[in-house]
Every structure is written in C-alpha cells, then in structure tokens.
Design a protein around this ligand. Sequence first.
Ligand SMILES: Nc1ncnc2c1ncn2[C@@H]1O[C@H](COP(=O)(O)OP(=O)(O)OP(=O)(O)O)[C@@H](O)[C@H]1O
Ligand SMILES: [Mg+2]
Length: 225
Amino acid sequence: MSSIVISIGGSIISGEKLNLELMKKISKTLAIIDSYDKFGIVVGGGKLARTYISDLREYNINDNILDEIGINATRINALAMTTFFDNVNSKIPTNINDAAELSHNYRYVIMGGTEPGHTTDTVSVLFAERIGAEILINATSVDGVYSSDPKKDKNAVKYDKLTYDEAIELSIKNSTGAGSNVFMDLTSLTIAKRSKIKIFVINGNYMDQYKNIMYNGKCNGTVIS
Ligand SMILES: Nc1ncnc2c1ncn2[C@@H]1O[C@H](COP(=O)(O)OP(=O)(O)OP(=O)(O)O)[C@@H](O)[C@H]1O
Ligand SMILES: [Mg+2]
C-alpha cells in the first residue's frame, strides 16, 4: 500500500467563516479510499493567517515573526480539521520528523506549518518526500494553475500540465513575501522537482477531483511533473 499527501489550502477552509462542512466532506471522501492507506494532510492558514499578517504588517513587524504567527494559525486550522477524522493524531506535529513518526501509528496525520520561511506548500512536499509519497494533491480555491492570477486577470488561461521548470518560473513571477497568494512557492516546487513528486493542483471544493486522482491519476486541474 502507499502514501499520499494532500495540501488543503487555507483559502478553502478558512474564509469569512470556517468551512467545517468541507472538512467533513473531505474526511468522508478519504474514509472510503482504498487505493492508499496513509494520508499526510497539511492545512494552510487562509483568512485567519492573512488577517493577522496584514494587520500586524502595518506595525512594521518583521517577516519572521509574521511567518511564525501565520504558522500558528495553520496549526489551529489543522487541529480543527482533526476533529472530523478517526484514526488521526490528536497533537499537531511541529516538524516533519515528528509527522513522519506519527504516520506509523495513524492512517491520517494532519499538520500545519513548521518554520518561518517555509509555506505549507513546502511542508506538504517535504512530508511527501519523507514518507515516499509519489503524489501530492494541492487543493485550493481556483481550478488549477493559470498564466496569471485568475482572480485578478479575466484573461488568465488555465494549464492542464506544466513541467517543474515552467511552474517554478511562474511561481517566481507571482510571489510577494509572507502571506502572498501564489499557487505554490518556489521552495516547494524545487523539492518536488528533485524527488519527482507529481503535483495535482485542483479546486479542493469538489470531491470528485480527489477521487479521480486517487483512483485514476487524473484531474481537471493542473498536473505538474
Ligand atoms: N498563476 C496562478 N494560478 C493560479 N492561482 C494563482 C496564480 N497566481 C496567483 N494565484 C492565486 O493564488 C491563490 C491560491 O493561493 P492562496 O495562497 O491564496 O491559497 P491557498 O494556498 O489555497 O491557501 P493558504 O495559502 O491559505 O493555504 C488563488 O486564489 C489565486 O488567486
Ligand atoms: Mg497558499
């Protein structure tokens, strides 16, 4: 049997309200999957993190502390997520070593961020690399990776597939520091490239997308490989 890592973008679970219904739906979807038996789930910061980061930034707080605060927000989101799962860790690991160890004991290991300078995108790829997951699902609030930010540019075009190098180039163009909105950050893509981890960027609100990847290796989003 094998492992898979799913990065749940904070954008789909922490908006104006916490999207608890979605957490529940994801847990129900994963519960019946039998093509994988270990699931690493990394949860992002969403609105909770962005609110703290943008408000504090006005007071000239440095980026390292802003990251630390954002990381704590991701851990609160991760903890909320655990309440919808069985056979899951009850404490949120703060590094990949601890997360990997927990994965020996539980079907699901749910975590948030680890250290300043690493987004949860990076954490999810590192987690995949460590536990030998060949596939990473990046579940976010748009339908895949576009030529530019689809929320800002009406003419943005969605890519069905990208090479690691193409994704890296696009990510660099989009990135603007702590809490920036980018499909995946540079570090995460670089690590995925070195370990040939196949990334599926999908709209995480649709359960058929997760199932199609886990059973058929296909999605309507963007495949980075
Ligand atoms: N080239 C691009 N392709 C797709 N989305 C992009 C692109 N550039 C910027 N974005 C923006 O990135 C957003 C997704 O990243 P964002 O970091 O906001 O969400 P997330 O990663 O799902 O959540 P979180 O970072 O809180 O975990 C999309 O909503 C989109 O507006
Ligand atoms: Mg993000």
